[in-house]
Design a binder for this molecule. Structure first.
Ligand code: TEU
Ligand code: CA
Length: 547
């Protein structure tokens, strides 16, 4: 069985990774060309976000055809070559399966719209209310009502995301069979990993108005969710113990994750949860400007570490993905302590109990965008909310400031390969702007520097393979309430790891609650960290002690 506890996954957003045919869009051949870079980093898996045929309203999370490659990204031959070249280097591919919804251009939805009852039942159509309102007051995650009116039926269809992303009806057994067929198709092509997009939203509960929230409590971790996941597992990837799976769990509860990611293997290998990334929200409200809550961040991370271990379930651990702002800009310091804080944040994640995910560019310290005008943004969610915030009464400048901080495009600007034109990403006009800081922040410079963020990530990945305590150890918080420090202990078969991090740009003195007899410092982001009970931690200093 594949030991995913010793593995690290590198996430690629192909559109922004590397363009090989000069059309301004990254492509599959671009991934193939950069495989040696990923091998150098040391990752075991590449998670590729969707490259299937799609109108790209949501950059491929709107799938028109699950069996073919979008020509913008390449051909099936390109995919097969990528797969073979990755295999030569010991790298496995993890594909992104979007089954909560399809694109409205998907053949199934087109047949539904044409009135074919069989296909109408693939989706969720409902009559409106007596007064002509949509069936429920639920809000789409991208803004506005979650229902779209279809005049020819005098009915609405449900879309939890964009109007071009109708939700599939998983209660229809035929839909589940279709989904299983897709997974089996990609398994036959040798794929060894799957990430399932918003998979805890597939089982809808009752269609009621929500007077407390946006509707999510009626469809999140819904009534048949465990049944559907177990069935998918049994009929597809469960047959191959070498396959690793991760479910993206939107607004989930830890209790459900105990089951989604239980080590009994009946559902998935592991889960992404997002509570630790909502610490700069106001409750569930993302479109606000509030400083992040450090104590809350710690508490959520630690509660999940503890809870999942106690219930024999496995976490995916991460700061970044294609939906999140860049972590060095978010919880670090992209200015003066750029290097130190990026390394510190990497250390925090990689020494936790769970499988770490590195998102393209994180390993070179890429930052949020430098966009100063809304016309530079591409993400449907950002564009919608810029309008919605103004409709709610915000001044354009204030709305824009919120978009700058929270936009998903922060994570989607082109990978910065060099200090040259377009950061070496493309020879054409890139589909989304390149950050001007590529002159300083780029892979070439990182590879040339023995003390770089890249080299630090490389060490972290190597350490997970070398030290069982990182992969298998128990977790315990240290001095959890400390106002400035995030520290924890991992222990396994007589070995102990202490991970101590200063989250702020000012020094702090910290008395380690452990006796430090026999420990040595195996990793730090300063050249001269010492093993001392009274620690003088410099700005964003991070030390890993091992015994
Ligand atoms: O994202 C799920 C999701 O709910 C969030 O990422 C959401 O886009 C954001 O937090 C709202 O503020 C997944 C994919 O990762 C994302 O790229 C897709 O847009 C979405 O599903 C729909 O498929
Ligand atoms: Ca291209």
């Amino acid at each position: 069985m594949e030991d995913f506890r010793k593995s690290v996954v590198y996430q690629i957003y192909p559109k922004s990774f590397y363009d090989t045919n000069g059309d301004g869009l990254g492509d599959l051949n671009g991934v193939t060309e950069k495989l040696d870079y990923i091998r150098e980093l040391g990752a075991d898996y590449i998670w590729l976000t969707p490259f299937f045929v799609s109108p790209q309203k949501d950059n491929g999370y709107d799938v028109e055809d699950y069996y073919n490659i979008d020509p913008r990204y390449g051909t099936m031959e390109d995919f097969d070559r990528l797969s073979a070249e990755a295999q030569k280097r010991g790298i496995k591919l993890m594909l992104d399966m979007v089954f909560n919804h399809t694109s409205s251009r998907n053949e199934w939805f087109q047949k539904a719209l044409a009135g074919d009852e069989r296909y109408k039942n693939y989706y969720i159509f409902r009559k409106g209310k007596e007064n002509g309102d949509p069936p429920t007051n639920w809000e789409s995650k991208f803004g506005g009502s979650a229902w779209e009116y279809v005049p020819q039926f005098d009915e609405y269809y449900l879309h939890l995301f964009d109007v071009s992303q109708p939700d599939l009806n998983w209660d229809n057994p035929e839909v589940r069979e279709q989904v299983e067929a897709v997974v089996r198709f990609w398994m036959k092509k040798g794929v060894k990993g799957f990430r399932f997009d918003v998979v805890n939203l597939i089982s809808k509960g009752s269609f009621e108005d929500d007077y407390e929230g946006d509707g999510r409590r009626f469809y999140t971790d819904g009534p048949n969710i465990h049944k559907y996941l177990q069935e998918l597992n049994e009929k597809t990837f469960g047959a191959d113990k070498g396959i690793v799976t991760v479910g993206e769990m939107s607004s989930t509860s830890m209790e459900n994750c105990f089951r989604y990611a239980s080590e009994d293997g009946k559902e998935l290998s592991m889960v992404f949860s997002f509570h630790h990334l909502k610490v700069d929200f106001a409750g569930n409200e993302k479109w606000v400007l509030v400083p992040y809550d450090f104590q809350k961040l710690k508490k959520i991370l630690f509660d999940w570490q503890f809870g999942m271990a106690e219930h024999h379930a496995w976490n995916a651990v991460f700061w970044c993905n294609h939906d999140q702002p860049r972590v060095v800009s978010r919880f670090g310091d992209e200015g003066k302590y750029w290097k130190q804080s990026a390394k510190m944040l990497g250390t925090v994640i990689h020494c936790l109990r769970g499988t770490p995910y590195v998102y393209q560019g994180e390993e070179i310290g890429m930052t949020n965008t430098d966009f100063t005008d809304i016309s530079r943004y591409r993400d449907v969610e950002s564009i919608n909310y810029y309008r919605i915030l103004q409709e709610k009464g915000l001044r354009p400048d204030d709305a824009f400031r919120i978009i700058q901080i929270h936009s998903r495009d922060n994570g989607r600007t082109p990978m910065q390969w060099t200090d040259g034109q377009n950061a070496g990403f493309t020879t054409a006009e890139p589909w989304i702007g390149v950050n001007a800081n590529h002159t300083d922040v780029n892979a070439e410079a990182e590879l040339a520097d023995e003390d770089s963020i890249f080299r630090h990530y490389q060490k972290l990945i190597r350490l997970r393979k070398e030290l069982d305590v990182i992969a298998y150890g128990d977790f315990a918080p240290l001095d959890q309430k400390n106002a400035q420090i995030l520290a924890y202990r991992r222990s396994y078969e007589g070995h102990t790891l202490l991970v101590v991090n200063n989250f702020y740009g000012r020094p702090v003195t910290w008395t380690c609650p452990e006796e430090l007899e026999g420990y040595s410092c195996i990793l730090s982001n300063y050249p001269d960290s010492e093993v001392k009970k009274e620690m003088e931690l410099r700005p964003f200093e991070s030390v890993v002690l091992y015994r």
